[in-house]
Write a protein that binds this ligand. Structure first.
Ligand code: SF4
Length: 336
């Protein structure tokens, strides 16, 4: 079994996302567990069923990612409020960020993520309190994590309010004919795969152009600067191509502009796209989709032991959310 299965047996459109592609490239086993958690509703199984454990670990986040997610949640809600005709109150937003961080941390500390269904978790000021923090999942010390995340949010919100582009964004969100804030429903097919364009913000401007906004809540690592830039542009293209390939009033790609704001550094980067970028994206997705059909045709056909692990297990595995299930002597493909 292993790498031959699934050849020529395409029955469904595979889903593509740049983050899934990066994960599969980095560690096929980690990708497998994430993929499995989406294919099987593990939360319906008893707590000790391996699929349930995979489902729980699939929600686990490290503190840095948690901080970034909180920022995204809060800005999305602030922009939704602005779109409905209200103003932006920085101090009230900061208080809400602190309260939400605390509520999510408490939820995680009580380990409610083990039994809760994410979409039914309690809310705090309209936002979900669901969180599964790596430290809570693996019973590690959590000293200072909440305070550190709240401090980060303070700094990031200050930098956002001071960012020159903020006033322009607020103005566009108020006036534009169509605004998409973290939409779940903008999908398209390219290179034989389905892509969900879950952009942070997309705005159809009165000029007919499309403005894309993306929040990048981490500092670049100088060692990987070139790789980061290429990977980042690829991720933006997944969103930028939606208005280009849609059936209704498609745009030329040079009418889409992405503005990337980094609240940690306060810097904005403007990214333009070309037809070559479009073609390159399509080729990469097609190549990924072909491999996906070979490697991951169906849960019953994938043997975890045949999959490749990370390049450097000693560095990667201790921090992997799935380390609690990876390596278990189980015939995963025969489970029901
Ligand atoms: S524990 Fe290591 S090998 Fe297993 S999924 Fe995670 S990164 Fe991959």
């Amino acid at each position: 079994m292993g790498r031959q299965v699934g050849a020529e047996s395409r029955t469904r459109t595979v889903d593509y996302s740049p983050s899934a592609a990066t994960m599969r490239h980095f560690c096929e086993k980690r990708f497998y567990f994430k993929w499995l958690s989406r294919r099987k509703q593990g939360w319906r199984k008893p707590l000790d069923h391996p699929w349930h454990q995979v489902h729980v670990l699939g929600q686990v986040k490290h503190a840095n990612m948690w901080a970034g997610d909180l920022y995204h949640q809060i800005i999305a809600q602030a922009l939704t409020t602005i779109r409905s005709g209200h103003g932006f109150d920085e101090e009230a937003t900061r208080r809400m960020a602190h309260g939400l961080a605390e509520a999510q941390f408490d939820f995680s500390a009580r380990k409610e993520f083990v039994v809760a269904v994410k979409s039914r978790a309690p809310t705090c000021q309209g936002l979900s309190t669901y969180l599964a923090l790596f430290e809570h999942a693996y019973d590690l010390p959590t000293d200072g994590i909440l305070a550190d995340v709240q401090q980060k949010l303070d700094a990031w919100l200050s930098n956002t309010a001071a960012w020159q582009g903020w006033a322009r964004l607020v103005d566009s969100v108020r006036r534009a004919p169509n605004v998409y804030i973290e939409p779940q429903y903008l999908k398209y097919v390219i290179g034989g795969a389905r892509v969900t364009a879950r952009m942070d913000v997309g705005i159809e401007l009165r000029s007919g152009d499309f403005a894309l906004y993306d929040w990048k809540c981490y500092r670049d690592d100088a060692r990987f600067a070139e790789y980061d830039q290429a990977a980042f542009k690829h991720q933006l293209l997944a969103y930028a191509l939606w208005p280009v390939v849609r059936q209704d009033e498609p745009l030329a790609i040079d009418r889409v502009t992405a503005r990337v704001f980094n609240p940690a550094s306060g810097e904005e980067q403007v990214v333009h796209f070309t037809d070559d970028d479009h073609a390159d994206f399509e080729l990469k997705v097609a190549s990924w989709a072909r491999m996906q059909e070979l490697l991951f045709p169906d849960v019953g056909q994938v043997e975890v032991d045949d999959l490749d692990g990370p390049y450097d297990p000693q560095r990667s595995c201790p921090w992997c959310p799935f380390k609690g299930v990876c390596g278990q002597e189980l015939s995963w493909h025969t489970l029901t």
